[in-house]
Design a protein around this ligand. Structure first.
Ligand SMILES: C[S@@+](CC[C@H](N)C(=O)[O-])C[C@H]1O[C@@H](n2cnc3c(N)ncnc32)[C@H](O)[C@@H]1O
Length: 275
């Protein structure tokens, strides 16, 4: 079977299973097995070997069972980094790249800012900030041991050890600060909404990384104790939640509240300044 034939066949098999973007996923799975880029699939000629086909079949079976593509591939791009991803933590999302962008805007004038990432999961936000602001010193907290183990692997993989400190903890408990910026992508899906989520999330991503109500509010309350005057809080929120989060931050005494849309035009990052 040639790589082109493999893409067509895998696209069909994924489509039958209800995978939302079967062609893109097929291209990425065939590329992964061949060890080439997605576009490289079409440049490659020749047949897939028996061992490659066997590996491809196993990966396709996992994707047909609606395991997230990122978990099947085992790694995923986030900003300038490629991170190891698996069921120990949420797959880093494109909207979270916008959250990182907003953090970097506030940090760029500061030489050695102290940053706190609450609920770090794979380490995506903390590592991207350390990578793109070489002076930043980042503390990254999560209460899940499995997530912290994965973040530790990503810390080693990205060569950022020494720049990011990983800590086990519940929100901001025990953290003294000061931190010039506190950032978080907290769990923000209600238990009610959870059943309507796509199988990739419900069946594979950690429940505690996805479901949570009012977590942002508790964090915003506590963050006032570690942010100096002028320090920033940057939060990711769910689609449709930005107005409520923005109003809540103002009610907690923050000013300069601003919402930023993701690439789909939906407000997903809400930031504010401690006066
Ligand atoms: C939505 S995920 C975000 C992961 C990562 N920051 C990202 O953006 O891809 C939320 C993370 O918060 C962690 N978490 C949930 N409740 C927490 C709490 N009370 N204290 C610390 N971490 C918490 C979860 O274990 C999970 O890793």
């Amino acid at each position: 079977m040639t790589s082109h034939e493999a893409v067509r066949e895998v696209e069909g098999r994924l489509g039958e299973a209800g995978v939302p973007s079967p062609l893109v996923d097929a291209e990425l799975l065939v590329a992964h097995v061949l060890g080439v880029s997605r576009t490289g699939v079409y440049a490659a000629d020749g047949a897939l070997g028996g061992e490659q086909l066997a590996r491809l079949r196993k990966l396709v079976a996992r994707r047909r069972a609606r395991e997230p593509l990122a978990y099947v591939l085992g790694e995923w791009g986030f900003r300038r980094l490629v991170l190891t991803v698996d069921a120990r933590a949420l797959v880093p999302r494109p909207e979270t790249e916008v959250v990182v962008e907003r953090c970097l805007v506030h940090l760029r004038e500061q030489e050695g800012p102290r940053v706190l990432d609450v609920g770090t999961g794979s380490g995506a936000i903390a590592l991207a900030i350390a990578d793109e602001h070489p002076g930043a010193r980042v503390v990254a907290v999560d209460r899940a041991d499995e997530a912290l183990a994965l973040a530790g692997e990503n810390l080693a993989r990205t060569g950022l050890a020494g720049r990011v400190e990983l800590r086990r903890g519940d929100l901001l408990d025990g953290l003294k600060g000061p931190f010039d910026l506190v950032v978080s992508n907290p769990p923000y899906v209600s238990a009610f909404e959870y059943d309507s989520l796509q199988p990739e999330i419900r069946l594979y991503e950690p429940y505690d990384a996805v479901v949570g109500e009012g977590v942002w509010e508790e964090m915003a309350r506590d963050a006032r104790g570690v942010l100096p005057a002028g320090g920033r809080l940057v939060l990711e929120c769910g689609d449709g939640q930005a107005a409520e989060v923005a109003e809540g931050l103002a009610a907690l005494g923050y000013d300069e509240v601003l919402c930023t849309p993701d690439l789909a035009g939906r407000d997903r990052a809400v930031e504010a300044r401690r006066p």
